[in-house]
Ligand binder design. Structure first.
Ligand SMILES: NC(=O)c1ccc[n+]([C@@H]2O[C@H](COP(=O)([O-])OP(=O)(O)OC[C@H]3O[C@@H](n4cnc5c(N)ncnc54)[C@H](O)[C@@H]3O)[C@@H](O)[C@H]2O)c1
Ligand SMILES: [Zn+2]
Length: 380
């Protein structure tokens, strides 16, 4: 069953000069992929990279759209999951792109979540010294975050995303219909990144989410407008930050709100199913707001309001919300220090002066963080 395209999609432009591109957001935009690609790169061949889950659910629709516009296409299907961001799978993908005779001027299309976007984007960055590519994100996290901004990577034994490149896509097609098949837990984890945009820079958007999150979650035709609005506002926020600071030498770090505490929790859980990335970010944002309140930067009432909303949608906000044995302060501090590159005992954190008012604080004492985490763990 194909979803009707009921209205014009929303287009968000990522203003990066020669590397500028559109993010096209709407119900049914996947059906327009062939026509858009034929217009953007007449005569180009396409190599689709996807994972097994997404292939089962959505590959046929993309292939049909390409065939309808007479765009020649091939596919590479890799196993689902973070383990595919490995050298071994990366090698297979690169070799398959070359074997498929994808030349300069042809296109790679990443159809999937953040794993596929990062893997396919990095392959596109290096095969034949750089191929153009298109992101067709299929998770909420990918639609609002990983498909936008050009960060691509695979994982190293030393840590996640340590081998990669900045390589901007030439187009992002975010079809909200694709999210209807996403497991609820994955959708909710992606929602943490949506809330993040409100919390870091847009109090009005956060208030809108408090009032409308049920429609954003509901999906289906009735709630299309709310979901599309949430994705568009998120992409606009990320696009504006990326346009100011493409390579994260400054402001782009604001996007890491909640990620320092979050990464430590994620790592303490062994990057397992115990805690998805977005869940870790939710708990991390709750901690960042509480830590900022403890420093007197904002009222405890504002921090409580943030926690109330994240908890209401079902995201973890306390360390005790995470299943299994809680990490120790020492373990979390080791992970935070590893993650952050300490300068003279000082850590960099994204803190807040209020909802929608995040800033980069480069002068946080490790002892202060440690004392704060001890208090939080004692609350268990
Ligand atoms: N490049 C960036 O800027 C950036 C930003 C944030 C995260 N990331 C990366 O993104 C990755 C996480 O992305 P993710 O959360 O999308 O994970 P993912 O790609 O692993 O997708 C999550 C799961 O959902 C399945 N899935 C995807 N789309 C589906 C759909 N429409 N219906 C049903 N199932 C579907 C996948 O097969 C997978 O099992 C991490 O590797 C992270 O490092 C990158
Ligand atoms: Zn994140």
């Amino acid at each position: 069953m194909t979803a009707p395209l009921r209205h014009e999609p929303t287009v968000v432009r990522v203003a990066l000069g020669l590397r500028a591109y559109d993010i096209v957001i709407g119900r049914g935009v996947l059906e327009t992929a062939g026509a858009r690609i034929a217009a953007l790169r007449p005569g180009a061949k396409v190599c689709i990279i996807t994972d097994e889950n997404v292939a089962r659910l959505h590959l046929a629709a993309l292939e049909a759209a390409l065939n309808a516009a007479a765009v020649a296409n091939g596919r590479i299907v890799v196993p689902a999951g973070e383990a595919s961001k490995s050298y071994a799978v990366f090698e297979k993908v690169c070799e398959a792109i070359i074997a498929g005779r994808i030349e300069r001027g042809d296109l790679v299309v990443a159809l999937g979540g953040g794993v596929i976007g990062d893997l396919a984007g990095f392959a596109a960055a290096v095969v034949r010294r750089g191929l153009d590519y298109i992101q067709v994100p299929t998770t909420l996290l990918a639609q609002v975050d990983s498909s936008v901004g050009g960060k691509t990577a695979i994982d190293s034994v030393h840590g996640k995303n340590l081998v990669g490149a900045f390589h901007q896509p030439i187009l992002v097609l975010a079809d909200t219909v694709l999210l209807d098949t996403l497991p609820q837990r994955e959708f909710r984890a992606g929602y943490a990144e949506v809330a993040k945009y409100g919390l870091l820079g847009d109090a009005g958007f956060f208030a809108w989410l408090e009032a409308n999150w049920r429609d954003v979650f509901a999906g289906g035709i009735a709630a299309t407008a709310a979901r599309e609005h949430a994705i568009a506002v998120s992409c606009r926020a990320k696009a504006a930050i990326v346009a100011r600071d493409e390579r994260e030498t400054g402001d782009r770090a604001l996007l890491n709100l909640g990620h320092t505490f979050g990464h430590a929790l994620e790592a303490a859980c062994g990057f397992s199913d115990r805690l998805l990335h977005g869940e870790a970010v939710a708990a991390g944002m709750a901690l960042a707001f509480e830590f900022s309140a403890r420093r007197g930067l904002l009222s405890t009432a504002d921090a409580a309001r943030v926690i109330r909303h994240l908890a209401e949608v079902g995201l973890p906000t306390r360390i005790r919300d995470i299943s299994g044995p809680p990490p120790s302060v020492e373990q979390l501090m080791t992970l935070i220090v590893q993650d952050k590159k300490v300068r003279r005992g000082k850590l960099t954190f994204i803190l807040v002066r209020g909802i929608g008012d995040a800033f980069i604080e480069r002068d946080v004492d490790a002892d202060e963080v440690s004392a704060f985490l001890s208090e939080k763990l004692a609350e268990q």
